[in-house]
Design a protein. Sequence first.
Length: 212
Amino acid sequence: MQSLIQDIEDLKTQTESLTPQQWQTGLERLSPARLAFSGSLRSGKSESWIAANTYASEKIAQDTPPSAQDIFHLNALLRSLPTAPLRTGDVFLGPHKAIDAEKLPAAFQYFCDEILPQSKHKHSLLGAALTRFWLVSLHPFEDANGRTSVILADWLLLLSGYLPLGFNEASEGLIASFNQHRPSATAANAVLKTLRSVRTSYRLILDLNPHL
């Protein structure tokens, strides 16, 4: 994990010498990779995605970290709803049930108190990755949990001076979630997958092979 973080730091240093034109060209390469994880976005249904990203961008410009209220608002924007409360029913991640609805309020509060504040983490890259992992694992909303987690991670990454996530293919947008019956569903594996997505963005900006 530490070597992957160092790879990202080295790539970040390389971007400091890019010209504005090189940045523009790199961002054009990165743009499709920002949408690759979501079938709904690839199909052209992007209005809600743009609205949620615009909201996050405005907060980032104000140097404002995300709050619990912001997470609710992001999810509502992504679903084109006036509000988006915590789910009250059970949901399944594939064949596996996410946390019981009656336990969700307390678990979400723990997430907001202990995971969302980035001062709780040793490194901002790890903080963004763990925040994304927890939100997906809790699956607190009826829909758009994955998209909410991606924008939330991007928000934290950009506040810390890193590029947002980039995906070579849709499967890279899926991360493990808590489940005792899935040995691969660990925080470590989810963090590694998120870190690789950050590295993908830097490699695309620098016109390097993003699949390495």
